[in-house]
Design a protein around this ligand. Structure first.
Ligand SMILES: NC(=O)c1ccc[n+]([C@@H]2O[C@H](COP(=O)([O-])OP(=O)(O)OC[C@H]3O[C@@H](n4cnc5c(N)ncnc54)[C@H](OP(=O)(O)O)[C@@H]3O)[C@@H](O)[C@H]2O)c1
Length: 318
């Protein structure tokens, strides 16, 4: 594993982190969940990304991760970075969603209990909530750090100007915002437009989620839609309608470029992100240890020729 410093912090993260959004909840086989998490840790993946609502059902990924810690992994607590988040709907009623102090505080207490730890290493506001004054969400994050419930805090999916404002408010209270989390992959390049300036200005680390576009940027769908893939799972955000003929033509060409580089498509997709030095880490999701192993091999090939980059951009219409 390789590690990179996170923004101006002394904290290092593995360049590949493990995300537990799908495949790690109650609906997954617990033995598989545990095997993936333990294998990841054995291979140097020290960062596990959770949120209150990960499962399915919501909460169950945190509960399963807590069980794995209890089964033995917990003796390595000081070698592990656990993150969690609150921001999306978690429970019914007016206090289970958004950015209010009431929700943030109740949610982190619930999450700590499910995971069975005294603190999270990183706690995020999962999204910007336009109905909540920014000061209120920021104050909750600052207090979470001051109460020792999280060592660091981060922001996810905030509009750039709101993120910059939130970082400034935190600095005023002597809490540095550690990290910014957003979707970034070969297809979704939105963060390149404004975020790099934000990262520099606020000295944040950047962690990319959905680096494989939920499986589209892998070989998963090149020859049909496998029965056990995310597309067929209940409540997934990837649908059969996303696997268009037009996409498949492009994906197969990308696969050829990857093969010429001696990589799988998943590896090339991760390497492409890691080639950007402002990226601290990518959070990849997996459904098996085979996928994990495939992905981990990406870390040694993050150099791209101008021609590879040009071909990738041309194929993606960029
Ligand atoms: N902050 C936020 O709002 C936010 C939003 C989304 C995600 N996230 C974080 O980012 C993490 C990753 O997101 P994601 O799950 O959408 O990630 P992703 O890494 O883009 O896609 C993961 C899926 O790709 C497939 N895959 C992975 N490795 C593969 C390989 N080597 N070969 C073939 N297929 C492979 C698997 O699909 P199958 O399951 O079909 O096998 C896997 O479930 C989440 O777990 C979460 O921690 C954060």
């Amino acid at each position: 594993m390789k590690y990179r410093f996170c923004g101006k912090s002394g904290l290092q993260l593995p360049v590949i982190s493990l995300g537990l959004w799908h495949n790690f909840g109650e609906s997954a086989e617990f033995d598989t969940v545990e095997r993936i998490v333990r294998t990841a840790f054995d291979k140097g993946v020290t960062h596990f990304d959770l949120a209150n609502n990960y499962g399915p059902p919501p909460g169950s990924a945190e509960t399963n991760f807590g069980k794995i810690l209890k089964n033995g992994l917990g003796v390595h607590r000081d070698e592990i970075i656990i993150s969690s988040k609150a921001g999306h709907k978690m429970w019914d009623g007016p206090y289970g969603d958004g950015g209010s102090r009431k929700y943030m505080m109740a949610s982190i207490n619930q999450s700590l209990k499910r995971v069975g730890v005294e603190y999270f290493d990183i706690f995020y506001s999962h999204r910007y909530c336009p109905e909540t004054p920014l000061e209120e969400t920021v104050q909750a994050l600052v207090d979470i750090v001051k109460q020792g419930k999280a060592l660091y805090v981060g922001l996810s999916k905030y509009p750039v100007e709101k993120a910059a404002e939130a970082c400034r408010m935190m600095e005023e209270q002597h809490v540095h915002c550690l990290i910014y989390q957003d979707r970034y992959n070969m297809v979704c390049r939105k963060p390149e437009e404004k975020h790099i300036e934000l990262l520099n200005r606020c000295q944040l680390g950047f962690i990319a989620f959905s680096p494989l576009a939920q499986g589209l940027l892998t070989n998963r769908y090149l020859n049909g839609i496998p029965q056990d893939s995310r597309v067929h799972r209940e409540g997934a955000f990837l649908h059969e309608s996303d696997i268009t003929e037009d996409w498949l033509i492009r994906a197969r060409m990308l696969n050829k470029i990857a093969a010429n580089r001696g990589q799988s498509l998943a590896q090339m997709s991760l390497s492409w992100i890691l080639a950007k030095k402002y990226v601290t880490s990518v959070i990849a999701g997996v459904s098996s240890t085979a996928q994990l192993d495939d992905n981990l091999a990406a870390i040694d090939y993050d150099v791209f020729s101008e021609e590879d980059l040009r071909q990738i951009d041309a194929l993606l219409g960029l």
